[in-house]
Design a binder for this molecule. Structure first.
Ligand code: SAH
Length: 248
């Protein structure tokens, strides 16, 4: 039989232990917040802008919970990094609205084994999201200044499976082809033929097609033995694709 004294002592010890654990948890949460002050804002972005709309792919949602979007925008925009809108990244270019990045990513239906090509690296945010979801990511940026910054940023965040190149994405990345997924994050008026050739059979290509500085149509191409199947997802607005595509 437990004496009353021992019972009170054990109870006291249990209460002290519970209090210590709770304090430890609180301290850990505080440390995490100090380490990443945007964790709450990012969680809010995922809930309100993605889950509450039509982003249902759990892997995509997990990637958005993980990638620090604030690290991909200029310092002066860091506090707005998790807002429901695109932001300027310099050189007249923008990082797309989180929802648009998520929608295009979800449309690629990645399982984790794929090689993916992105045209239009910009800040490198979309490339980092893809880096979480595919085996290898190849991304091309026309403006060498943006390509250089994005490459350094992705490197410092540890994205070893994301490869950045400065150049005209119209030509794709033939040395690394074929790709199971291709995503174009600037808007061409017509689909660049070299990219169709670099798409694997069964692969998907997601692109906003349409005129410069007007609404475009988010289009999904699927490559089959018999040719390309096409479907439309809805309207969108992207900066124009420049370079060789304009000479077609
Ligand atoms: N995906 C980016 C946003 C892209 S903005 C992000 O996550 O931040 C579109 C980018 O496409 C711009 O940086 C623009 O310079 C680039 N671009 C335009 N034409 C291009 C081309 N022909 N090849 C590669 N990049 C191009």
């Amino acid at each position: 039989m437990l004496s009353i004294k021992k019972f009170v002592l054990y109870k006291f010890l249990a209460v002290v232990l519970a209090a210590l654990c709770a304090a430890g948890c609180k301290e850990k949460m505080k440390r995490e917040e100090r380490h990443d002050p945007y964790q709450t804002a990012r969680e809010q972005m995922v809930r309100v802008q993605l889950e509450a709309r039509d982003i249902t792919d759990e892997r995509v949602l997990a990637a958005f919970r993980k990638v620090p979007r604030h690290a991909f925008v200029p310092d002066s925009y860091q506090t707005s990094a998790y807002g429901d809108f695109p932001l300027p990244i310099g050189e007249d270019q923008t990082i797309s609205q989180p929802y648009m990045v998520a929608l295009m990513t979800q449309l690629l239906e990645l399982k984790g084994t794929e090689k993916v090509l992105e045209v239009g690296t910009g800040s490198g945010y979309q490339a980092a999201i893809l880096g979480e979801l595919a085996a290898e990511v190849y991304t091309i940026e026309l403006l060498s200044g943006l390509a250089e910054t994005a490459e350094k940023r992705l490197d410092s965040l540890g994205y070893k499976n994301v490869h950045v190149k400065a150049g005209d994405g119209y030509l794709g990345w033939p040395e690394a082809a074929p790709f199971e997924g291709i995503i174009i994050t600037c808007a061409p008026e017509k689909l660049p033929q070299p990219l169709v050739e670099q798409l694997a059979i069964g692969g998907r290509l997601v692109v906003p097609i349409g005129p410069q500085h007007r609404a475009q149509t988010l289009t999904i191409y699927t490559k089959q033995d018999t040719g390309l199947a096409k479907r439309y997802e809805g309207g969108c607005y992207f900066v124009p694709m420049r370079g060789l595509v304009e000479e077609e």
